[in-house]
Design a protein around this ligand. Structure first.
Ligand SMILES: *[C@@H]1O[C@H](CO)[C@@H](O)[C@H](O)[C@H]1NC(C)=O
Ligand SMILES: *[C@@H]1O[C@H](CO)[C@@H](O)[C@H](O)[C@H]1NC(C)=O
Ligand SMILES: *[C@@H]1O[C@H](CO)[C@@H](O)[C@H](O)[C@H]1NC(C)=O
Ligand SMILES: *[C@@H]1O[C@H](CO)[C@@H](O)[C@H](O)[C@H]1NC(C)=O
Ligand SMILES: *[C@@H]1O[C@H](CO)[C@@H](O)[C@H](O)[C@H]1NC(C)=O
Ligand SMILES: *[C@@H]1O[C@H](CO)[C@@H](O)[C@H](O)[C@H]1NC(C)=O
Ligand SMILES: *[C@@H]1O[C@H](CO)[C@@H](O)[C@H](O)[C@H]1NC(C)=O
Length: 243
């Protein structure tokens, strides 16, 4: 009975958050901010013939949802940059807005410059989160001290974009960004228990390979014939992901 009530109230919170998100532009990156509300889906897959984005009567449509579009979830570089310390700083996000994130891989990258040429600079190693279930869920995670990528530095006044990639259980990735200008520590918005906290029902896991797929594994598969090996390896890898 108690857990039934708990799950109902969690659902109420999730639904409320979702409604607020659609109406009031609630964010996914809660600290230091975000480019804008991209929790948005419009148009139909027929209109785009299956593409993630289409051009329809003078505007874009995103039949699968804006957040699936690389590199920043369908949002162009913004003018309202937020301040972030040159020494690295906090990043907080709400990972459970969509279905499919019972487990998810989170990547945090940086793109250098005002309009970055790419986002291929990881600030942290990929990590995994575990949510309460596969439906949308509320909750926030926060890493209080995300560093700049190894061997890189920034000066006050430099611009960059922080990109969060969240790969769902099924492998598809959501994108969200925040445009920053680097400042001296202390000039960025203060990090507090209100804007940087971990919700108790979201867990963290390291992602690592316990063992590479070795030749002995391949040898055992080889009697199936060369053409069979690749699909079988893919199925084996997929099996790992589904676990
Ligand atoms: C930038 O502006 C957009 C649109 O007004 C807003 O949704 C977003 O929160 C702003 N981001 C920052 C970091 O101020
Ligand atoms: C685009 O315009 C056509 C012709 O006016 C209309 O039939 C169609 O519904 C419009 N599409 C959208 C997405 O509004
Ligand atoms: C679809 O949503 C995008 C993003 O909010 C918006 O820019 C665009 O105008 C919308 N397209 C239509 C046809 O309403
Ligand atoms: C950083 O971005 C702001 C706003 O987009 C721009 O006005 C400023 O010139 C940029 N700074 C540098 C160093 O490019
Ligand atoms: C990514 O952008 C950086 C500049 O921020 C550049 O040095 C690097 O060559 C680019 N990498 C790729 C793969 O394009
Ligand atoms: C950073 O620099 C050190 C010393 O030059 C080097 O050993 C290390 O491989 C570099 N790390 C990365 C990620 O480039
Ligand atoms: C949230 O949990 C992660 C992983 O354990 C930890 O690194 C981080 O410091 C925690 N954040 C806060 C605000 O305690």
């Amino acid at each position: 009975m108690r857990s039934f009530h708990e799950s109902i109230s969690r659902w109420t919170v999730a639904l409320t958050l979702l409604c607020l998100g659609l109406v009031n532009a609630h964010s996914v990156i809660t600290y230091p901010g975000y480019r804008g509300n991209n929790l948005h889906t419009n148009g139909t897959v027929e209109q785009t013939n299956g593409l993630g984005v289409g051009w329809e009567n003078g505007s874009y449509v995103y039949p699968y949802g804006m957040q699936w579009i690389y590199p920043c979830g369908g949002m162009a570089t913004s003018r309202n940059r937020t301040k972030w310390p040159v020494t690295g700083g906090a990043i907080a996000l709400q990972p459970g807005w969509f279905r499919g994130h019972e487990t998810a891989f989170i990547y945090i990258n940086i793109g250098w410059g005002t309009v970055p040429p790419n986002m291929s600079n990881p600030m942290l190693s990929v990590f995994e989160i575990t949510g309460p279930d596969n439906d949308p869920y509320p909750g926030t995670i926060c890493l209080p001290q995300v560093p700049l990528p190894a061997n890189t530095t920034a000066s006050p006044g430099d611009n960059a974009t922080i990109q969060i990639v969240e790969a769902a259980k099924h492998g598809a990735a959501l994108y969200d960004c925040v445009d920053i200008t680097f400042v001296e520590p202390g000039e960025a918005e203060e990090v507090t228990p209100q804007n940087c906290f971990n919700s108790s029902d979201i867990g963290f896991k390291y992602v690592f390979a316990s063992k590479s797929l070795t030749t002995s594994g391949a040898v055992r598969l080889s009697h199936l014939g060369l053409t069979a090996v690749v699909p079988v390896l893919l199925i084996v890898m997929f099996g790992f992901l589904m676990m």
